[in-house]
Design a binder for this molecule. Structure first.
Ligand code: AMP
Length: 956
C-alpha cells in the first residue's frame, strides 16, 4: 500500500511537471486555473492508477451535470466547456474505470479544484460596449476605424494634405506575428505593441526615429488629445528602437505593461522598431483626437505610393495631425480589435466586441453563459426603463428557469399578491400606469424541494410619453436633428445644434454639445459647429488656420504656386506680388523705368487754365441755381428725421455762443471751439457747422443732429458712461446752424496715433487699445438703439480731456430699418439702392473701412460697423497708418469688393500679435452674422489688453 502511495505521489509530481499548462494533479485531487482552454488535460487516469492500459473505457458518472469535462478514449479527463470559479469552484467527479463487464471495473473519485485567476473571466463593461456589425464577416473590418488626416510642409515649400481611413488590415500586415494586444478589463483601455518588419514601414519608422527628438523615456511619442463636453481622452503612439532595450536592459514603457517584458520581446524580437499604441475605447461613437508631435530636428523623407508609382515626400515639418477613432463593431460571433477572435457566448448572450466577455440572459451563467441558472427572473415590457412613462401600458413578467415550480407569485408595491400554482410563467399587465404604481415588483418561486428563489424589478416612471415634456407632460418637444426629448429639460440636442427644438446651429464662435466650446479658428476660417474643426480660408493652414502658406504657395489649402520673381514677396491669400526696388509688373519680372518728369504738351499748357476757368464758372452757376431747392430739401429731411419737438428741447440761441478758433475740418462739417453761456456758467463746446452750403453737407448735418437726438433721448442713455460724443444743443437759425457738442480737448484718435508713433513708438499699444474698448462700447449702445454709424474709423473717434474715447461724426449714420439708402435712378425712373460709386476714391468715401456686403449692396448693419471697427483696430496697431489692400493703388469699389470676396484682407501688421490679428480677422468675416458682436469684441480686447499689461509688468 505504501509503495502504491509512493507511486501515486511520483505520478502526481510527474503530472505537475508535464501536464498541460493549466492543471496539476494531486492525490485524487487536481487543481486547475479557471481560464484553462477547452481541450486542456486535467488528468490521465491510466497514469494516475499506474496501469498501462491506455484504452481503458472510462466515463464520468457523477459530479458534472453541466458537462464541463469529458473523458477521452485513453481515459484522460479533459476540459470540455469553460470553467468559472465564481459559479463552481469545486467538482467531485465520479469516474467509472473499465466497462461494466470488466471484472476490474471500479469507481475513481476525483476532486477538481478550480483556481481563481485574477482578471478572468473578462468583465462585460457596458461603458465600452461596441455595436454589432452585421456585415462584419463580409467586410472584414476592425472593431474600430481610424481616420488619419495630416498636413505637412514639404522641403519644396508645398503643403501636402492627406486623409486615410484605416478600417481593415493592410495586406502587408502580418498582425498575428507582430502584435501583442493587451486590453484592460474594466477600464476600457487598449494597449497594443506592434513590431515592424516590412521594409517600407521600417524605413518610415527610422525616419521618425532619427528625425524627431526623443523624450526622457527614450521614445518618440505622439500624444493625442480629445476633449468634448463629456470626455477627455488620450491616445498615444510611441516608437521605440528595440536595441535600446538590449543596451539599457529596461524599457520604462514596457515595464508598465501588465504582461512580462520577455513575453512582449519574444513576440517582437525580430523587429527593429516597435510601436506602442494606447487609448481608451471611445465612449462616443466617434472621438476626434488632435495630436502633438515631438520637436522635429531634420526633414523626414517618406515613400508615398500613388497609383502604383512610388514617389518621395520630403517633410520639412508636420503642421497638423488628427485622428478619428470610431466604433464599428465586429460580426455577431466575433470580437477583438481585429475581430479575429471567436465568441464563446451561448444561449442568447451578447458578446463584448472588445474582450469577448459574455452578458448572460437571466437564465444562464458562467463565462460562456452555458450553465443554467436556476431560479426566477423579473422583467418588464418595455424593458428599457426610459420607455416607461406615465399613462403607458406595462407588463411585468415572472419567469421560472431550470427549476420545477410548485408556486409562483408576484407581489406588487401596494402589497397585493398574485399567485399561480405549477406554472413557470406569470405576466401581469398594468394599464395606464401612474406614479402610484412605482415601486418593487417581486417574483417568488418555490420548487419541488421547497427551495425559494426570488427576483425583483423596480418601476420608476416619473416620465412623460414620448415627445412630451413638463411637469404635467402637457408640452410637446418636437425636436429636430434627431434630438431626444427629455421630459424635464426638453430637447437634448446633438453637438452643433441648439434652440428649444435644436433648430439652430451653435452661435458663431462656439461649437459642440450645448455649444459650450469656443471655436479657435482664425483668419476667416469657418468652424464646424459639431466638432470645432477649422476649414481654412485661402492662404492659411494649420490647426487654427493661423499658419500662412509657405512663401512659394498661396490660395485655398496653399495649393497655388506663386509666380513672383526677383525676391518679390507673394501674398499668401491671392498670390499678388510685392516687388523689391527696381522691379515691377504683375510678377515683378520687369525692370522699373526711371520716372521722367512729364512735360505737358504745349497745346495743353495753353488750354488747361482756360478750361479750368470755364469749369469753375459752370460749377458756381450750378450751385447758385440749386441753392433754393436745397433749403426746401433740407427742411423736409429735418422734419422727417428728427423727433417732433426736438428744437424746443435742444434749441439754443446764437447769442449764447461765442465762437473761437477752428479746430477741425471734416468731410462735410467744420468744427469750431466755442463758449456756450448756460445757467451754470460758460462751458467750452465744439460747434459744428456745414463745411459748404451744399445739399450733401446739409444732409449730413441734419442726419448727425437726428441721430444724436435719438441717442440722447433714449431712456437708457447715460452721458457720464456713454462713449458717444455728448450732444449739448442746436442752433437752428436761418444763417447760423450749429450742432453743439462736448469739447474733446485731445482731438481725434488718428492724429493722436500718428503723434504717438513719432514720439513714443508702438509700446503705447495697451493705452490705445483702451480707446478701442471704449468704441466697442459705443457700438454696443448703437446696436441697442438699432443705429448704424457707417463710418467707424480712427478719424471719427475723439479723445476727451480725461482720455475717454468717444465716437463722433454721425453724418453718415442711419437707423438699421432704413439701412438701404435709396436714390433716384434717372434711367429707369425707379429707386435703386445706392452703392458707393465705382469710381469713388478714398477721399470721398471710406472704401477701405467699408464692409464687403456694404460695398456690394449699399446695405449697412451693426455687423458692417463691426467690420469697420476691425479696420479701426488695424489703424491702432499700425499707429495710424492708412489701410490699403493694393499697395499705393486705390481700387475702385467693384475691384475692392472682388478682392475681399477672394478672401484678401488687410495684412497682419508687423509685431501685431496673432491673437490681435485674429480679432481683426473675425470682424472681417465674409458672412456678417458670423462676425462677433461688439460686446464679444470688447471682451476679447479687454482680455488681450490685460494680458499685455501683465506681460509688460512681469518683464519690467
Ligand atoms: P467731423 O466733421 O466730426 O469729422 O470733425 C472734424 C474734426 O473736428 C475732427 O477730426 C476733430 O479733430 C474735430 N472735432 C470734431 N468734433 C469735435 C469735438 N467735439 N471736440 C473737439 N474736436 C472736434
Amino acid at each position: 500500500m505504501a509503495v502504491n502511495y509512493a507511486v501515486l505521489l511520483l505520478l502526481v509530481l510527474y503530472c505537475l511537471l508535464c501536464r498541460a499548462d493549466k492543471f496539476e494533479a494531486t492525490n485524487f485531487t487536481v487543481s486547475g486555473a479557471e481560464d484553462a482552454k477547452i481541450g486542456t488535460d486535467v488528468l490521465s487516469l491510466p497514469r494516475l492508477l499506474g496501469t498501462e492500459k491506455a484504452e481503458l473505457p472510462c466515463a464520468i458518472v457523477e459530479g458534472d451535470p453541466y458537462g464541463r469535462f469529458y473523458v477521452s478514449n485513453n481515459c484522460t479527463v479533459i476540459v470540455a466547456r469553460p470553467l468559472d470559479w465564481s459559479v463552481q469552484s469545486e467538482y467531485l467527479l465520479k469516474i467509472l474505470v473499465g466497462g461494466q463487464e470488466d471484472p476490474d471495473h471500479h469507481v475513481v473519485r476525483i476532486r477538481v479544484n478550480v483556481r481563481n485567476v485574477l482578471g478572468y473571466p473578462p468583465v462585460y463593461n457596458k461603458k465600452c460596449e461596441t455595436p454589432v456589425n452585421p456585415r462584419g464577416n463580409l467586410s472584414g473590418e476592425f472593431l474600430f476605424s481610424l481616420s488619419l488626416s495630416v498636413e505637412v510642409e514639404t522641403t519644396e515649400g508645398d503643403v501636402f494634405f492627406t486623409e486615410k481611413i484605416i478600417n481593415k488590415p493592410f495586406e502587408k500586415w502580418d498582425m498575428d506575428d507582430l502584435k501583442v494586444i493587451i486590453t484592460g478589463n474594466d477600464n476600457c483601455e487598449v494597449r497594443i505593441a506592434a513590431g515592424i518588419r516590412n521594409l517600407n514601414d521600417l524605413s518610415a519608422a527610422a525616419e521618425i526615429w532619427y528625425g524627431f527628438y526623443r523624450g526622457e523615456d527614450g521614445t518618440v511619442t505622439l500624444s493625442c488629445h480629445a476633449e468634448t463636453a463629456f470626455i477627455q481622452s488620450e491616445l498615444s503612439i510611441m516608437l521605440l528602437d528595440i536595441r535600446e532595450f538590449h543596451i539599457h536592459g529596461n524599457l520604462p514603457y514596457l515595464e508598465q505593461l501588465e504582461i512580462p517584458i520577455p513575453q512582449v520581446l519574444e513576440k517582437l524580437q525580430h523587429s527593429l522598431f516597435i510601436y506602442f499604441l494606447s487609448f481608451n475605447v471611445p465612449t462616443n461613437s466617434r472621438t476626434h483626437y488632435t495630436c502633438k508631435l515631438p520637436i522635429q530636428h531634420r526633414p523626414l523623407s517618406f515613400f508615398k505610393d500613388k497609383d502604383h508609382s512610388v514617389t518621395r515626400l520630403n517633410v520639412r515639418h508636420v503642421e497638423t495631425l488628427t485622428m478619428d477613432l470610431s466604433r464599428i463593431g465586429c460580426a455577431p460571433d466575433r470580437y477583438g480589435l481585429l475581430c479575429d477572435q471567436n465568441c464563446i457566448c451561448k444561449n442568447g448572450a451578447r458578446c463584448h466586441g472588445f474582450n469577448g466577455a459574455c452578458k448572460c440572459t437571466d437564465a444562464w451563467q458562467g463565462v460562456a453563459c452555458d450553465i443554467p441558472k436556476p431560479g426566477v427572473s423579473a422583467a418588464t415590457t418595455p424593458s428599457d426603463p426610459s420607455d416607461i412613462y406615465i399613462s403607458a401600458n406595462v407588463t411585468v413578467h415572472c419567469k421560472v428557469h431550470h427549476v420545477k415550480a410548485t408556486t409562483l407569485s408576484l407581489r406588487l408595491p401596494n402589497g397585493s399578491e398574485i399567485v399561480r400554482k405549477n406554472s413557470s410563467r406569470l405576466d401581469q399587465i398594468l394599464l395606464n400606469v401612474q406614479p402610484t404604481d412605482n415601486g418593487p415588483y417581486m417574483c417568488k418561486v418555490w420548487d419541488t424541494y421547497g427551495k425559494v428563489f426570488n427576483a425583483t424589478v423596480v418601476l420608476d416612471m416619473a416620465k412623460c410619453p414620448p415627445n412630451r415634456k413638463g411637469e404635467f407632460c402637457d408640452e410637446t418637444c418636437d425636436c429636430l436633428r434627431g434630438a431626444t426629448c427629455d421630459w424635464r429639460s426638453g430637447c437634448v440636442c446633438p453637438a452643433g445644434w441648439t434652440g428649444t427644438r435644436c433648430q439652430t446651429t451653435c452661435p458663431n464662435g462656439t461649437y459642440g454639445e450645448r455649444c459650450r466650446e469656443e471655436c479657435r479658428c482664425r483668419n476667416g476660417a469657418s468652424c464646424s459647429p459639431s466638432d470645432g474643426r477649422c476649414t481654412c480660408a485661402a492662404g492659411w493652414y494649420g490647426w487654427q488656420c493661423d499658419v500662412p502658406c509657405p512663401q512659394s504657395r498661396h490660395g485655398l489649402r496653399c495649393q497655388q504656386v506663386c509666380t513672383c520673381k526677383n525676391n518679390a514677396t507673394c501674398h499668401n491669400v491671392d498670390g499678388t506680388c510685392t516687388c523689391v526696388a527696381s522691379w515691377t509688373g504683375k510678377n515683378c519680372d520687369q525692370v522699373e523705368e526711371q520716372e521722367q518728369p512729364m512735360r505737358p504738351e504745349p497745346l495743353l499748357e495753353i488750354f488747361v487754365p482756360i478750361g479750368s476757368v470755364i469749369i469753375l464758372a459752370a460749377c458756381v452757376g450750378a450751385i447758385l441755381y440749386r441753392k433754393r431747392h436745397l433749403c426746401g430739401q433740407v427742411e423736409a429731411d429735418l422734419a422727417q428725421t428728427v423727433r417732433p419737438g426736438w428744437l424746443s428741447r435742444w434749441g439754443k440761441t446764437r447769442r449764447h455762443l461765442t465762437l473761437g478758433p477752428l479746430v477741425g475740418m471734416g468731410m462735410f462739417g467744420q468744427v469750431i471751439q466755442a463758449k456756450l453761456k448756460t445757467p451754470a456758467g460758460n462751458i467750452t463746446v465744439a460747434a459744428k457747422a456745414v463745411r459748404r452750403r451744399d445739399i450733401q453737407c446739409y444732409r449730413n448735418f441734419y442726419r448727425e443732429a437726428a441721430i444724436l437726438v435719438a441717442v440722447h433721448e433714449d431712456q437708457h442713455h447715460d452721458n457720464l458712461r456713454s462713449n458717444i460724443i455728448q450732444l449739448l444743443g442746436f442752433i437752428n437759425e436761418p444763417t447760423h446752424k450749429y450742432i453743439l457738442m462736448e469739447y474733446a480737448s485731445n482731438g481725434n484718435l488718428l492724429r493722436l496715433l500718428r503723434q504717438a508713433r513719432r514720439q513714443v513708438g508702438p509700446q503705447s499699444l495697451p493705452r490705445h487699445l483702451r480707446y478701442a474698448v471704449h468704441i466697442a462700447r459705443a457700438l454696443q449702445e448703437l446696436q441697442r438703439l438699432a443705429l448704424t454709424h457707417r463710418d467707424v474709423a480712427a478719424r471719427n473717434v475723439l479723445i476727451t480731456a480725461h482720455h475717454v474715447a468717444k465716437l463722433a461724426d454721425f453724418g453718415q449714420a442711419r437707423d438699421v430699418y432704413t439701412a438701404v439708402q435709396y436714390v433716384p435712378n434717372d434711367k429707369h425712373g425707379i429707386e435703386q439702392p445706392a452703392k458707393p460709386k465705382d469710381n469713388v476714391k478714398n477721399e470721398v468715401f471710406p472704401l477701405n473701412w467699408t464692409a464687403l456686403e456694404s460695398l456690394e449692396t449699399g446695405e449697412y448693419t451693426c455687423q458692417s460697423d463691426v467690420w469697420s471697427f476691425g479696420v479701426l483696430l488695424w489703424e491702432i496697431v499700425t499707429m495710424g497708418q492708412e489701410p490699403r489692400y493694393h499697395g499705393n493703388d486705390q481700387p475702385t469699389c467693384q475691384q475692392l469688393a472682388r478682392t475681399l470676396r477672394r478672401g484678401i484682407r488687410l495684412r497682419r501688421p508687423p509685431k501685431c500679435s496673432v491673437e490681435m490679428y485674429d480679432v481683426m480677422m473675425s470682424c472681417w468675416r465674409e458672412s456678417p452674422p458670423t462676425r462677433p458682436g461688439p460686446d464679444e469684441v470688447e471682451m476679447k480686447l479687454v482680455h488681450l489688453r490685460n494680458a499685455m499689461i501683465t506681460v509688460r509688468e512681469t518683464t519690467v
